[in-house]
Design a protein around this ligand. Sequence first.
Ligand code: C5P
Length: 243
Amino acid sequence: MTKAINPIICALDTTDMWAAEAMTKAIKPHVGGIKLGLEYFTAHGADGVRLITDMRVPVFLDLKFHDIPNTVAGAIRATAGINTFMMTVHTSGGRAMLRAAIEASDEVAQTTGQQRPMIIGVTVLTSMDQDDLSIIGVRDKLDDHVLRLADLAQSAGLDGVVCSPYEITAIRKVCGHDFKLIVPGIRPESSDAGDQKRIMTPYEAMERGADYLVIGRPITQSGNAAMAAESIYDSLQRTTELA
Ligand code: C5P
């Protein structure tokens, strides 16, 4: 399957709008997209997102929607004015919520006349372990629960899921090759793991079948973000699947 020309999505985990703008300007030639999350969106809303999309860089809006179907659909429809290429919802919100999310993304496309934003599912947060699952009443093994939710996401029509690099192989087996896998927990060789525990290099994750790599601090905290992003991109050129 043909992959994104540049699969690197840089996570800008900041509330500083001007730092986000400067960082985007610096790394734009070397990444395939920018991820903005809850902290940035809560601080700056749609105008903050537009500041980045106006720089003509694809934006992944990672707000992990989880509510009743009508509310999630309304939130997704409300993104028509900010033109993001990818958004997240919690798959544990259930089939009706996931279907409503996809239908709303179709409506966004009708409004904007552009491609439908991809709707990507979050399965089990990587901050949760088996004990956390049993506290909320889930008796399945964590890995099985992730696969169940990935399967649900696919059957409801979602475009893909976020997953750890170590889940790629199992999810590919269940969901096939046309289902997008968005993979954080990436660390280039020689970079600091920080608080991420189960990490993998960008090259290894692409070889295992990732579609997009979400990479934050190894780029943003590197001292020279443009050079760090460029060097990660160069490290991927050994990956035969890249278009
Ligand atoms: O700085 P770092 O590369 O660890 O950033 C990874 C990004 O991916 C952060 O924005 C983090 O919130 C996000 N993420 C993650 N693990 C998940 C889902 C998202 O690290 N399971």
